[in-house]
Design a protein around this ligand. Sequence first.
Ligand SMILES: Cc1ncc(COP(=O)(O)O)c(C=O)c1O
Length: 401
Amino acid sequence: MNIQQLREQFPQLSRTVYGKPLVYLDNAATSLRPQPVIDKWTEISSERTANLHRAVHHIAAEATEEYENTRLKVAGFINAPDPSEIVFTSGATHSLNLLAFSLGEAFVRQGDEIIVSEAEHHSNLVPWQMLCARKGAVLKRLTVDDSGRLQEELLPSLITPRTRIVAVAHISNVLGLVNPIEEIAAVCRKNGVLLVVDGAQGIVHQQVDVQALGCDFYAFSGHKMYASPGTGVLWGRKELLEQMPPMFGGGEMIETVSWESSTYAPLPRKFEAGTQNISGTPTLSPAIDLMRQMPPQEDVKEYVYRTLTEEPGVRLFGTTFDLSLKAPVFSFAVEGAHHEDLALILDKMGIALRSGQMCAEPLMDRLGVTGLLRASFAPYNTLSEAEFFVTSLRKAISMLK
Ligand SMILES: Cc1ncc(COP(=O)(O)O)c(C=O)c1O
């Protein structure tokens, strides 16, 4: 598939804003939806809607089959050893909250320690803060350097016999840097510490193999990987998931219920209380099919990286000597210009990008900024869109000087 054929799959790419062609560079916030995803959602909503795992009727069987086939597809996509390790959620935030609750109940006691990197999205920080407050545990910080690089070499010195969990992103939503998960996992394994990986960005830009990564849990959202919003995944090692209590009760997560107590269903249903996202979750399947065919976009990444690092007055965060360790997610500050003003001007030129703290306030504090501008690219963004972004940025900067 070439980039033109790919673009044709995404209806929103042909719309205009303020009479200008849309240049969508806010993919790290959410990607656009391709036609096969829209079609899958419509098909299930219009022809195959029934509650899952419950009724004996024909449509219920079809809907359940569609949902469970999606689980098999997702397991294959991330090389999970067993499809019962795939828990469907409403997104990465749901997955990480579920983990912080259930892991906390199973394994965290007063005085235990949880290590979180300071580059995390709030969704991989706040749930751990809440767990620490609930259990009287201690939250410890794995720092980044001035450019935003995770100082993973400091991890061994942070780990003590009380450390239970390390939580870190595969790829930062601000910096776009790929963290060395295999190395971090090796340190965790050596010390008997569980490793939780926030894969909300990693799943989009890396070929994820959870067994090769060596982590214990991997969480991600469907809407950043072209599937329907309100879908997500938590992968975890079976022996750990089995020891963890459910977070929510009700629906098909039970095995038996009496007035006095209940027992829980086997994995993964134990963690999927209530009516599932019947129409949304199966859209992960066409999204995965499409991702497998997407052309690489190294030229766009190299062009934007080189241009922004060389541009006078622009300070790019998340720099690296090895571009294979950088996703096309570019956060930067512009001397003498406020990020929000620039975003508003660029919007008028048809360019959608993100400005602000990007749900990572502690990282903004560490980098010494109140906010940044972020351009994040997807494989459907062309080199000419990237060039238009650069010339428009220069124009916007000159308007504010
Ligand atoms: C790294 C990272 N983690 C977690 C999240 C939260 O994802 P969601 O809002 O889909 O739950 C995001 C979303 O921007 C993210 O980029």
